[in-house]
Design a protein around this ligand. Structure first.
Ligand SMILES: [Zn+2]
Ligand SMILES: [Zn+2]
Length: 334
């Protein structure tokens, strides 16, 4: 099969690879579309110790079952593979499974990803494509589930309804935009600010999201003002902005994985009772709920997604890397 293989830092090669071999309890999916995620970008930059080259990246996947229980069925994949046996799995918190692995990772165990013609996946990770969602758009379900999980984690901790709060979203990539869209369109939040240093990308997001948009250094972003801040970037500077802008008693939802450490205003966190919440992936229930949200078109138009051919994938990575791509999401079509 053809695949886009991550071979070295900032290097992807479209080449011939061995087809996946059928395994008991799994199906082989003929991939239709596969989204490029921020975490694929971290791998591309050599910053992910769970994704070591050579490896086929990609975990936001839709396609058609080729070999397995229901050949010909159109599907979307939940790429988070869990053991089903541990305490987390048994208590509907599968995303914290001690043995979790995601498609397109090879540490601690290997799972080739979806930037390929075929991918093997456990049957329990396969969901029927919702009627009103095109197979091209369907990979958006994965980042959308990440955003839904993040928003609902925040919602649980807020002291008032989400429709009455002021929210700040840092980063206008797919996760930032999706966090904004879910708050605005699904949860009826009316007061959202989104920030991004890339003006073009910010403008693109604001075509779809009812929010105010600013560059991160804008004086319009007030300190001690927001009930909730989503840091979808995870840089030292974005965390500093989150802690500066959060109001007493507020909630910081930390999703980005860009910089693992740095300084933080623990004094403000303590004196102002700030809640800092890390969030990762989604539960199976979140994934199912996301498919329903997408099927009902609750987050509106998905025209902000840009599509490229798999064989042009290397260029897409390059353009995301150098900021010349303004689309919040690129999906590769196979
Ligand atoms: Zn992703
Ligand atoms: Zn488990």
């Amino acid at each position: 099969m053809h695949a886009l293989v991550y071979t070295d830092t900032q290097k992807l090669i479209y080449r011939e690879e061995k087809n996946p071999v059928p395994v008991n309890g799994e199906s082989i999916i003929k991939v239709s579309a596969s989204g490029i995620c921020g975490s694929d970008m971290h791998a591309y930059h050599g910053n992910d110790n769970r994704r070591i080259p050579p490896l086929i990246l990609g975990h936001e996947v839709s396609g058609i079952i080729d070999k397995g229980k229901e050949p010909g069925k159109k599907v979307v994949l939940n790429p988070l593979i869990t053991c089903g046996l541990c305490d987390y799995c048994k208590n509907s918190r599968e995303h914290l499974c001690v043995k979790r692995i995601i498609l397109g990772m090879n540490r601690p165990t290997e799972r080739q990803g979806g930037f390929a013609e075929y991918v093997s996946v456990p049957d329990k990770n396969i969901y029927e494509l919702p009627k009103n969602l095109s197979i091209k758009e369907a990979p958006i379900a994965e980042p959308c589930a990440v955003a839904l999980h993040a928003v609902e984690l925040g919602e649980k901790k807020l002291s008032k309804p989400i429709k009455d709060i002021k929210a700040l979203v840092i980063g206008a990539g797919a996760i930032g935009l999706l966090c904004g869209l879910i708050q605005s369109k699904v949860k009826n939040c009316k007061d959202i600010v989104i920030v991004d240093p890339n003006n073009k990308r910010l403008k693109e997001s604001l075509k779809y999201l009812d929010a105010k948009g600013f560059k991160p250094d804008s004086k319009n972003i007030l300190s001690d003002y927001f009930d909730i801040v989503f840091d979808t970037v995870g840089l030292e500077t974005t965390r500093q902005q989150a802690i500066k802008c959060i109001k007493p008693g507020g909630i910081i939802i930390h999703i980005g994985l860009t910089q693992p450490s740095g300084t933080f205003n623990f004094r403000k966190t303590t004196l102002q009772e700030i809640t800092f919440v890390g969030t990762y992936c989604y539960t199976n229930k979140d994934f199912e709920k996301t498919l329903a949200i997408l099927n009902n078109k609750e987050i509106g138009s998905l025209e902000w997604i840009e599509y490229r051919e798999l064989k042009e994938g290397s260029l897409a990575f390059k353009e995301i890397h150098d900021g010349s791509c303004t689309a919040p999401k690129i999906i590769l079509l196979i």
